[in-house]
Design a protein around this ligand. Structure first.
Ligand code: BGC
Length: 265
């Protein structure tokens, strides 16, 4: 069991839980972080959310991540999600954040601000990792697809529980348009669609995805998963679709888990 020390010298025994981690979820509108109980897959106490600086340039974003970590006095390893393709610490795409992120070494930037060890990964991959371990994908083998509906559509693909990273299925072409442009939660709000109207968009999007992938299970996450009863029953997919269980905390929990397991390796 790993019991990291917090910066103020308290050890993990201070908290009424076992193995702990720390996750930060960088999004286009908010940056959220919290201590995580890695045995239960739950946040420990209240998460801290700070508005994403606009424009969402790397340096101001690093500062916010640093403030969040300082707020909790955490000095152990941290996991940080990014809403774009992440390979060996470098961001390769930035669909919903400032384009200056493309080619930026997020690992190095964060390490300069928060000395220690940082694990960075795509936000949907982090959410998927958490759902597979603690939530709707627990003990599920076969091909499991996690989709997060928010500003964009994030995807995480698992084959017998192993992640295939950076799938980016939010950007498949659906009737000549970027999938997330038509079917994200932001599209529903932007175009003031009712849940039945938006469900038709999601249905068409899933149709195209299913034709190329044939998953065994689809887990739908993001804020709209709280209202799953309003739209999931309207879908006509051949694949079973279930709502995520960790909802908005999945990114933070998955980031903390990824960082922790990296320590173990
Ligand atoms: C990005 C993905 C991200 C998703 C959810 C998409 O626009 O390309 O990398 O996972 O949004 O934030």
């Amino acid at each position: 069991m790993i019991l990291p020390q917090t910066r103020d010298g308290r050890d993990a025994a201070h908290y009424p839980v076992g193995v702990q981690g720390f996750g930060v979820d960088i999004g286009g509108s908010g940056i959220k972080g919290c201590l995580v109980d890695l045995e239960k897959g739950q946040l420990i106490g209240e998460r801290l959310r700070i508005e994403t600086p606009q424009p969402s340039l790397p340096d101001p974003v690093y500062d916010v991540v640093g403030r969040i970590v300082d707020h909790f006095g955490w000095a152990g390893r941290i996991g940080v999600t990014f809403p774009g393709v992440m390979k060996r610490g470098v961001a390769h795409t930035a669909a919903n954040v400032d384009k200056s992120w493309i080619g930026t070494d997020l690992d190095a930037g964060l390490d300069a601000r928060i000395p220690g060890t940082v694990e960075t990964l795509n936000d949907a991959d982090a959410a998927g990792i958490a759902e597979m371990r603690y939530g709707a994908g627990r003990d599920r083998r076969g091909v499991v697809l996690m989709l997060t509906f928010g500003t964009g559509i994030g995807s995480a693909l698992f084959v017998d529980g192993r992640l295939v990273p950076n799938t980016e299925f939010g950007h498949i072409q659906v009737d000549g348009e970027d999938g997330e442009r038509r079917a994200s939660a932001a599209a529903r709000e932007r175009e003031e669609l009712s849940y039945p109207e938006w469900a038709r968009r999601v249905d068409r999007y899933l149709d195209v995805l299913e034709a190329g992938l044939w998953p065994d299970l689809i887990i739908v996450g993001g804020g709209v998963s709280k209202k799953a009863h309003k739209w999931v029953p309207l879908l006509s997919t051949r694949t079973p679709v279930v709502p995520a269980e960790l909802q908005n905390d999945a990114g933070i929990v998955g980031a903390a888990l990824a960082a922790h397991e990296r320590t173990d390796r």
